[in-house]
Design a protein around this ligand. Sequence first.
Ligand code: ZN
Length: 73
Amino acid sequence: MKTFLCKTCNKKFEAVGVKIDWNDPTYGPSSKFTASCPCNGEDCEEYRPLSSKKEELVSSGSSCGTGGCSCGR
Ligand SMILES: [Zn+2]
């Protein structure tokens, strides 16, 4: 299981994920994991706490971590 972050509803969740491979014009062959958000089905990228301070700031304003998520509007 990996941890993913839904940027739409600021919710972290665990999922097996799906590996995506692509060729980046700058970095060459790359891969990442994505998973569907449990509350809106959106494709979310793997959550990496050390690589993005921006995500840490966003996650402090969570509005759907207690089960009452309505972000699928
Ligand atoms: Zn969501």
